[in-house]
Design a protein around this ligand. Sequence first.
Ligand SMILES: O=C(O)CCC(=O)C(=O)O
Length: 263
Amino acid sequence: MSQVAPDLVDSVTLDAFERDGAVLVQSLVDAPVLARLRTATDAALSQSENYFRRQRMWESDPVCRDFCLHSFAPLVAAQLLSTRKINLLYDQVFAKEAGAVATPWHNDQPYWPVRGPAMTLWLALDGVPFAGGSLEFIAGSHKWDRWFQPFVTGNDGGVDAPYEATDGLFEPLPDFDCERDQHTVLCWEMEPGDVIAFHAMVVHGARANSSKQVRRGYAVRYTGEGATYHVGPGVNPRITNDTLRPGQQLDSAQYPVAYRRDV
Ligand SMILES: O=C(O)CCC(=O)C(=O)O
């Protein structure tokens, strides 16, 4: 597994992440690591039909564990969040089959048991053409501090229903597709090994996959220094923790420290 590569995040990348909440980093992961991660994520894909239930593979798979905890990935997250400590929140594989519907607009943090700095590294395991389930981001929306209503997703990644009992806690999702001309929407084609780094509060979704190929992405969620545990309506119960209390730091077997710099 590739180890620490210093200064992976140059100032242009960092500025883009801070300004837009999402940035493409090309050719971050090399072919041997990609091959191992494809094998590992395919094993997870064979175990669940549900688009959003292939999570926490690192806990049982050494390849995922190595990437999440011992590769350069936590360092990249630390540089982007400008933080001295990174915890792993969880990992997840997203496979959009040929013909799959779009993933609706959302921001991630309403689903996560965490308050404070958090982000994702989304690694392309396959090439992602624009029409092949490419991710889209509303530039700068991570700074809005707007918490949008989480929804229950179907097996294909579409919306099944809004989460119940969250009245008043979240804003209804605007129809961002109708508002496209009011925003800068970022979307990149990706080669295998490219990564999109994005902030947990940036509004994003994924286009339908109208190609003939599956589109597999491996997402690793990290939190930064100052992040604390929080549970409330809308939080994904499959990623919560039985022992932490609200307001505590995340450090635990479930959310291990993946990177720490003392000075
Ligand atoms: O890969 C996708 O289709 C959606 C990914 C996503 O929404 C996320 O990683 O938060």
